[in-house]
Design a binder for this molecule. Structure first.
Ligand SMILES: [Zn+2]
Length: 276
């Protein structure tokens, strides 16, 4: 949801669309600049979120690369993380989704160590906000496409305030098959034995525009990509993630696309025997 004009516009739009959860940026999405939130706007935000019974999730801007092995980029990413944590705290947003980023060719272990360092600074700037590390599609040099890499970061930092956001498109693009009941069960077992299901607080519900293991981060309309209707039905039927929040990050190419995807998700959830 867009925060153009005021952060309060995000919950306002979510309520207008009939949603009970939404995701937003809490700083400018395309710059390194810190965004101060006016007290009047954060008060209005809190009023709308609690009045509407909404679950609010923040997403760090894509520029952020906490695993970067470039000193300047890493420093800027740490600042951005701290700013985002503070703004979340001001807004009463509990969860901040963070992309782990790229080690820029230096090697996975450097990327993991740098992410852990960044998280320690971020966690020190807020006593309440939990960071959710999002799994990646596994493009060259990216950190966190495999569940055990994310588990290594979470275990290494050793804070209760680091968890995971599972993106279905990235998971599938990274090579985890989500198309059938039995493949979903296998993937959930692996997730549980590495990260631990209890650490997964949010799901980004996206179909994949390209095939299994493509390593391409291209979200697609639910049911129209390679995961397909059967895959999402299997995921909800499996139930391992059903207590998580669900946020769609599907493309909006023409008017009505968002509603089309929401209606699709709702119908699959009902078909799995659950309430929307
Ligand atoms: Zn995502």
């Amino acid at each position: 949801m867009s925060i153009a004009g005021s952060v309060a516009n995000a919950p306002r739009s979510a309520i207008a669309s009939g949603y009970n959860a939404f995701q937003m940026f809490v700083t400018s999405s395309r710059s390194w600049k810190h965004s101060e939130i006016r007290a009047a706007d954060s008060n209005e935000f809190r009023r709308l979120v609690s009045g509407g019974g909404l679950a609010a999730y923040a997403h760090i801007p894509y520029l952020c690369n906490p695993s970067s092995t470039n000193k300047e980029m890493h420093g800027k990413s740490v600042h951005m993380l701290v700013d985002n944590m503070r703004n979340c705290e001001q807004l009463g947003v509990q969860y901040l989704v963070v992309h782990i980023g790229s080690h820029l060719g230096k090697g996975l272990k450097y990327g993991i160590a740098n992410t852990s360092k960044a998280l320690e600074s971020g966690l020190a700037s807020s006593g309440k906000v939990m960071v959710l590390l999002e799994n990646t599609a596994g493009y060259t040099n990216s950190v966190g496409s495999k569940f055990d890499e994310i588990a290594e970061i979470i275990d290494g930092v050793g804070s209760k305030r680091v968890g995971m956001c599972l993106d279905t498109c990235h998971t599938f693009a990274a090579g985890y098959d989500l198309r059938t009941d039995s493949s979903v069960a296998g993937v959930m077992d692996e997730l549980d034995s590495t990260v631990g299901l209890g650490k997964v607080k949010l799901v980004h519900l996206n179909d994949a525009k390209y095939g299994l293991g493509s390593h391409l981060d291209r979200h697609w309309h639910l049911g129209k990509g390679y995961i397909g209707r059967g895959g999402f039905l299997a995921l909800f039927r499996n139930g391992a993630l059903n207590r998580c929040g669900f946020i769609m990050e599907t493309p909006v190419i023409s008017a009505g696309d968002e509603k089309m995807n929401y209606d699709f998700a709702s119908s699959v959830i009902r078909e799995a025997g659950l309430e929307v």
